[in-house]
Design a protein around this ligand. Structure first.
Ligand SMILES: [Zn+2]
Length: 148
């Protein structure tokens, strides 16, 4: 069941925060500035496989790291989309649970048609000129995260 999220090698350059059971990473192919992923370290495919300790960890992450990260992108009030694709008909490409966090602003590139943000998760076309490396650098600074 090895995939790019299990092996982690591919994720390490974009991790900016982690808990015991989750990684918080910047999406390598963002569709919007601030496109982030919350990924369990354990290989599971469905939300319903999360165990009690993982839910607890996730709750901690959503209470602290999530608002902190969103605060960087949502300057005019917290606004974001969440997307999770589960199962073979969902459009998922990596069969390892991951939660898309998509910060939204009044001026973002999806403002004309907000629902397009979901279509674009599959299309993977960055709508603006932000740089992944620069965002990871700034998020790591914000979280005082030092990769091992
Ligand atoms: Zn996996």
């Amino acid at each position: 069941m090895e995939d790019v999220f299990c092996s982690r090698e591919e994720l390490l350059p974009t991790v900016f925060y982690e808990t015991e059971r989750f990684m918080f990473v910047y999406d390598k192919y963002p569709i919007i500035t601030g496109h982030m992923l919350i990924i369990p370290k354990r290989h599971i495919e469905d939300m319903i496989e999360l165990d009690a300790s993982e839910w607890k960890d996730l709750e901690q992450l959503k209470n602290s790291a999530l608002p902190k990260a969103l605060g960087r992108y949502c300057k005019d009030g917290i606004s974001y989309n969440v997307a999770i694709q589960i199962g073979e008909h969902s459009g998922r490409e990596i069969n390892h649970l991951h939660i898309h966090i998509l910060p939204r602003t009044a001026e973002d590139s999806f403002k004309e048609d907000s629902q397009q943000v979901y279509m674009n998760i599959a299309n993977r076309k960055l709508r603006d000129g932000s740089s992944v490396a620069e965002e990871v650098k700034e998020l790591r600074k914000l979280f005082k995260y030092r990769p091992e």
